[in-house]
Design a protein around this ligand. Structure first.
Ligand SMILES: NC(=O)C1=CN([C@@H]2O[C@H](COP(=O)(O)OP(=O)(O)OC[C@H]3O[C@@H](n4cnc5c(N)ncnc54)[C@H](O)[C@@H]3O)[C@@H](O)[C@H]2O)C=CC1
Ligand SMILES: O=C(O)CCC(=O)C(=O)O
Length: 527
């Protein structure tokens, strides 16, 4: 089997390339290309490793015909169109912890730089001015630090600020009272934070709720003399309003590592009094860059080589240890989903996935993803584990997951049931020897079959001579039967025949089979 190919398209610590190679991937490092150049190249790769310079747009994703995974060596993924990637079946991963300490330290550095006006003092001193009386700073001890966002980075900033003897208050709707106590911070509403904070530091992602969270109106609510730090994302602050607040002196200082438009080469804030900035350096330490490079390469190669999923933003996690154990179940689940998708007719509104026995003990999300990826193939042939749940949601399909602790006849069983206009249709399968997938129930009829390759599903009235007649018909059409599986409710009732055949069955053969005496349903299948 050929090795998966990965493109590293942004500057990244060389450890990333080393790990990709050690873990069985081929890797190219080509940075600084234009979107057109990347678009022309991306079709060759299964993996794309990026930082913040590469923007993964729908156009790039459309050209990425072999892409399976995008890995962001960092936290923010606002440079990737995740909904579009999901629709294309591409997993998007990030490294949520690798650069948090480094970024928190940068926020603290900017707080100190603002408090003591270090950049301006440095510049004037080096210009030979010795401006000792021009710079009067403030102590941070005893001052109130208001954190907007107290997740990974915000909580590290809190711990460092507490060490500096600041009083830390935090506005974060998702921060629990227990976690606030654990962090030693006071949880407050946004207005209270704006009113009380001497320093404000932003640590949220950029979302519809957080965009412009420091709007003109909210800046006006801040305490006079407040100092503001943003090491999260541009777009959280109204930059025009910030400039005016700095000029009026209401805001005593502002330090931005991030800008609404990057690279920021001509911001209106440049040159404003008491304004300092860095060019998105929050994550730029040797330690953080080694961390995120190692982590992204490990995660991406796990996925490409073993199917393990860690820190994906559009898919449930699946550890590299779990992946081999789950692999046969996912194979079974996909086949059952595909079978029910090929056999059930009409408008299907609900699908239930039940796991019993050993299957009930496993991580259910990947099994559900596999059932849906088989099932949704009835609507799209570009469906996979990543985009199937999104496509199902788009179609309004109600997906139910049920686990039964008890073991039935089989030590492990997956049952997939869909609601059709004619009632419920259900199929079930097990694993023989914990690895070989076998269908054991089709629409309430017990049968035992391996679902693979080309197959023919027939329902007929159970009567002598039928097997001979269908065998003859297929033989006359040059179709070789590989396997024969039979099941029936009762003698003389409906019988089910599942044939494995070596050639695809065309519409003409289906028509001839439908014409045989006693035949009720003929459906060609493929797995
Ligand atoms: N400057 C740089 O180089 C870097 C910037 N970042 C950025 O820092 C930001 C924070 O990263 P993490 O702490 O790792 O993320 P996180 O996901 O751990 O924390 C974000 C916090 O924001 C909170 N939040 C969400 N919506 C909110 C709202 N409307 N109001 C207040 N709080 C809200 C969440 O509850 C969460 O606790 C991200 O935008 C990330 O991209 C991260 C690393 C480096
Ligand atoms: O890769 C970088 O330098 C930017 C880091 C960042 O902004 C993030 O991880 O969200």
């Amino acid at each position: 089997m050929s090795k998966p190919k990965v493109l590293i398209s942004d500057k990244m610590d060389p450890n990333a390339a080393r790990i990709f190679e050690e873990r069985g991937c081929e890797v190219d490092v080509i940075t600084g290309e234009t979107p057109e150049e990347l678009k022309a190249r991306i079709g060759d790769y299964q993996g794309l490793a990026i930082r913040s310079s590469t923007t993964v747009t729908p156009e790039i994703l459309d050209a990425a015909t072999n892409l399976k995974v995008i890995g962001r060596a960092g936290i923010g993924v606002d440079n990737v169109d995740i909904p579009y990637a999901s629709g294309k079946g591409v997993v998007v991963m990030n490294t949520p912890f690798g650069n948090s300490i480094t970024t928190a330290e940068h926020a603290i550095a900017l707080i100190m730089a603002l408090a003591r006006q270090i950049p301006a003092a440095n510049e004037q001193t080096q210009a030979g001015e010795w401006p000792k009386s021009a710079f009067m700073g403030v102590e941070v001890t005893g001052k109130v630090l208001g954190l907007i966002g107290a997740g990974n980075i915000g909580s590290i900033v809190a711990s460092r600020a507490l060490g500096l003897r600041m009083k830390v208050i935090a506005y974060d709707p998702f921060l629990t009272a227990e976690r606030a106590v654990e962090l030693g911070v006071e949880k407050v509403e946004l207005d209270a934070l704006l009113e009380r904070a001497d320093f404000i530091s932003l640590h949220t992602p950029l979302t519809e709720e957080t965009r412009n969270i420091l709007s003109r109106e909210n800046l006006a609510k801040t305490k006079p003399g407040v100092r503001i730090v943003n090491c999260a994302r541009g777009g959280l602050i109204d930059e025009e309003a910030l400039k005016e607040s700095l000029e009026s002196g209401h805001v005593a200082g502002a330090a931005l590592d991030v800008f609404a438009k990057e690279p920021a080469k001509d911001s209106p804030l440049f040159g404003t009094k008491n304004f300092i900035c860095t060019p998105h350096l929050g994550a730029s330490t040797t330690e953080a860059q080694v961390n995120v490079a190692l982590q992204v390469a490990e995660q991406m190669s796990d996925y490409l080589v073993n199917g393990g999923v860690t820190n994906a933003l559009n898919m449930p996690s699946l550890s590299a240890e779990e992946a081999p154990k789950l692999a046969p179940y996912m194979g079974l689940a996909e086949k059952l989903g595909s079978l029910v998708g090929q056999l059930a007719h009409g408008n299907l509104t609900k699908i239930s996935i039940e796991r019993s026995g050993a299957a009930a003990e496993l991580n259910g999300k990947p099994i559900t993803g596999a059932v849906l990826s088989g099932f949704m193939r009835r609507y799209s042939d570009t469906v996979n584990m990543v985009n199937a749940p999104y496509l199902a949601k788009e179609r309004g399909l109600d997906v139910r997951e049920i686990r039964h602790d008890r073991e039935g006849v089989y030590h492990t069983l997956i049952r997939v049931t869909v609601d059709t206009e004619q009632g419920q249709r259900s199929v079930a399968g097990t694993l023989f020897g914990n690895e070989a997938p076998r269908l054991v129930d089709i629409f309430g009829i017990g049968i035992e079959a391996d679902l693979k390759g080309h197959m023919l599903y027939i329902v007929n009235e159970d009567a002598p001579g039928f097997i001979g007649r269908i065998g003859t018909l297929l033989g006359e059409n040059g179709i070789n039967i590989g396997n024969f599986n039979l099941g029936r409710h009762k003698e003389g009732g409906d019988a089910v025949l599942l044939l494995s055949v070596d050639q695809p069955i065309d519409a003409d053969v289906v028509k001839q089979a439908c014409g045989l005496e006693g035949v009720k349903v003929v459906t060609p299948l493929s797995f």
